[in-house]
Design a protein around this ligand. Structure first.
Ligand SMILES: NC(=O)C1=CN([C@@H]2O[C@H](COP(=O)(O)OP(=O)(O)OC[C@H]3O[C@@H](n4cnc5c(N)ncnc54)[C@H](O)[C@@H]3O)[C@@H](O)[C@H]2O)C=CC1
Ligand SMILES: O=C(CO)COP(=O)(O)O
Length: 333
């Protein structure tokens, strides 16, 4: 199958590599012509996947029109802040009705939409799906066993995409609960910043486990308020991804939190990283959704105050496990 992957960062490049090794005719779109040239000539992407050889048959282009026209299946792996614009640009050259799969984990800042909702708005008529779960890019590149979820309401489309992605030790599950899957993937990045802060401040494992568990309660509360199913958040797209992101030193969101916990400024951390940490932006949308649904969500609100510079990470620490302003504290609810 001819598949186009938009975005040649760590995850887009990884997914394009998996699909090429699965014998699909994959074309990856890189914003930077230098990155496209490097992938074509040297079969590497050193900035994002240092030390990993890419499959020789993976082709890259910096021409978005060419990338769009190639696709029988479109996979979108640009950061959520660029998601809508990128879809608008590919729209004129896209074949009608082809499925579009989002790899991106976050919420659109102004509209508060999930990425499959953005797909449906910009590309009406195209089936929209999300690929999500505990999928740290470098582990997948290394061929380590992992599980992922393809989320879409239409089981026929889900099964077809499942077949396309399944390879070796990458096990692909389906889930019809797109809301639960996407809210889990977006919110776990915010909780990973919180656990990173705890890590940077040098707290104990009990505290980190507390933040992760209460974080899961926040993922679940918001997802259910938005129409998702609680069981989704207990699975790969919720707890699975939350655990991977909160415990792994590879996570960029956790890294941001850890550096904040060590007293560094957010601007310095982001400037030095040169990679996306979606939780930093998604937290703004998450707080507005919490307000809309009348939810306490203390971890999310605390991280929002840190990211906006209202309080320091050290100040945040005392509030991370606070449950409810009225003093009603029950677990897991
Ligand atoms: N890296 C990982 O392990 C995983 C990442 N994700 C998600 O995938 C999405 C992409 O993440 P990564 O590839 O890791 O990010 P990255 O930071 O490694 O790469 C981002 C890519 O997007 C491009 N980009 C940045 N701004 C752009 C713009 N305005 N227009 C067009 N392209 C732009 C960059 O040039 C780069 O190629 C994120 O939403 C992330 O949460 C999901 C699962 C795993
Ligand atoms: O989503 C991820 C793993 O599933 C990657 O997390 P980070 O974006 O924090 O690196």
């Amino acid at each position: 199958m001819r598949i186009t992957v938009l975005g040649a960062g760590s995850w887009g490049t990884t997914v394009a590599s998996v699909l090429t090794r699965r014998d699909h005719e994959s074309l990856i779109w890189a914003r930077s012509p230098a990155t496209a040239d490097e992938i074509n000539a040297k079969h590497t992407n050193e900035r994002y996947l240092e030390g990993f050889p890419l499959p020789g048959r993976l082709r890259a282009t910096a021409d978005l029109a060419e990338a769009a026209a190639h696709a029988e299946l479109l996979v979108v792996g640009v950061p959520t802040g660029a998601f809508r614009d990128t879809l608008v640009q590919v729209r004129p050259n896209l074949h009608p009705w082809i499925p579009v799969v989002s790899l991106s984990k976050g919420l659109e800042r102004d509209s508060l939409l999930r990425m499959t909702e953005v797909i449906k708005e910009v590309l009406p008529g195209h089936p929209a799906a999300a690929l999500t779960g505990p999928n740290l890019a470098k582990e997948i590149m290394a061929g380590m066993a992992a599980a992922t979820v393809i989320a879409t309401e239409d089981l026929t489309v889900a099964t077809e995409i499942q077949r396309v992605f399944r390879r070796g030790l990458l096990r692909v599950y389906t889930n019809h609960d797109v809301i639960g899957c996407e809210v889990g993937g977006a919110l776990k990045n915010v909780v990973a910043i919180a656990t990173g802060i705890a890590q940077g401040l040098g707290v104990g494992d009990n505290t980190r486990a507390g933040v992760i568990s209460r974080g899961l309660a926040e993922l679940t509360t918001l997802a259910v308020a938005m129409g998702g199913e609680p069981s989704t958040l207990a699975g790969l797209a919720g707890m699975g991804d939350l655990v991977a992101t909160c415990i792994s030193p590879q996570s960029r969101n956790r890294h941001v939190g850890e550096q904040l916990g060590r007293g560094r400024s957010l601007d310095d951390i982001l400037a030095e990283m040169g990679q996306v940490a979606e939780g930093v932006k998604t937290v703004h949308a998450a707080v507005r959704l919490a307000d809309r649904h009348g939810l306490a969500m203390p971890i999310t609100r605390t991280i929002h105050r840190v990211v906006t510079g209202d309080i320091t990470a050290e100040h945040a620490y005392g509030g991370l496990l606070r449950t409810h302003p009225a003093g009603h504290e029950s677990d897991p609810g």
